[in-house]
Write a protein that binds this ligand. Structure first.
Ligand code: DGL
Length: 273
């Protein structure tokens, strides 16, 4: 039976969604988390809407079988392509990372010029722009796909001259049009936040959807009276990680960015769902 002490389900195409899981751990440490990373089928960023919707549907079924009380689509591409459709089919709340990020960007901008960086899928969908314009119709939103950022982050090149050089190439165009707000619209980008911030300069506010999504989740659970009220016990396995492939690689990355003890990951066959 699902109740307030049931876990929160979080999913992503792979490891990037750990930046969202980490924010949930920081902001609502009492919550249990079941995380699924689709490491066998990553990347999502270059695949079609149909494929991402099918993958997301399977993952939602898997998380529901684990009796989660709410689902967080931590992946920007999955949030962009699949959320509207899947929301209609699911009887528990699902939140994505796009709306929280769009809302904050619309509130923060002063000159109305907002940039969004993300995968090709997220940028081509123009979804950030649509949400922002609902709140602030006069905003000018410019998207820029930055496909090389994901492999650079996964290679651990967070602070590296190569990443600096590529970031300059991607971001110059956004600098030139004078944006004052930039959305880090991909799970991996918070990990290169300092590189992006250095290039954009202090006058550009960086919006981190991972942080805003954890805030939104806390607000939603509070409103519904669904915040976990159990006291955390030592060794009670609050966080469980599942992947569709390469569990060891996932584990290494997870342990490098999440500092809550050694995490393990189990492989499941997601095609069965
Ligand atoms: N998690 C994806 C996103 O936020 C990035 C990695 C991928 O392309 O699968 O869009």
């Amino acid at each position: 039976m699902i109740n307030k002490n049931s876990p929160v389900g979080v999913f992503d195409s792979g490891i990037g969604g750990l930046t969202v899981a980490r924010e949930i751990m920081r902001q609502i440490p009492n919550e249990k988390i079941i995380y699924f990373g689709d490491t066998a089928r990553v990347p999502y960023g270059s695949k079609s809407r149909e494929t991402i919707t099918r993958y997301s549907r399977q993952i939602v079924r898997f998380l529901q079988a684990r009796e989660v009380k709410v689902i967080v689509a931590a992946c920007n591409t999955a949030s962009a392509f699949a959320l509207d459709e899947i929301e209609k089919e699911t009887d528990i709340p699902i939140i994505g990372v796009i709306k929280p990020g769009a809302r904050v960007a619309a509130a923060v901008t002063e000159n109305g010029r907002i940039g969004v960086i993300g995968t090709e899928g997220t940028i081509d969908s123009s979804i950030y722009s649509r949400y922002i314009k609902k709140i602030k119709p006069e905003a000018a939103v410019t998207g820029k796909a930055c496909p090389l950022f994901v492999p650079l982050v996964e290679e651990g090149l967070w602070e590296d001259p190569v990443t600096d050089e590529i970031a300059k190439r991607y971001l110059t165009e956004l600098l030139d049009i004078g944006i004052d707000t930039l959305i880090l619209g991909c799970t991996h980008y918070p990990l290169i936040r300092s590189t992006v911030g250095r290039i954009m300069g202090e006058s550009v506010s960086l919006v981190n959807p991972a942080y805003e999504t954890a805030r939104e989740l806390k607000r939603l659970l509070g409103e519904k009276g669904m915040l976990n009220d159990e006291a955390a016990r030592l060794g009670d396995n609050r966080y469980r990680f599942y992947v569709s492939d390469a569990a060891d690689k996932f584990k290494r990355f997870a342990n490098s960015i999440i500092k809550y003890g050694i995490l393990s990951a189990e492989i499941i066959n997601i095609e069965e769902y």
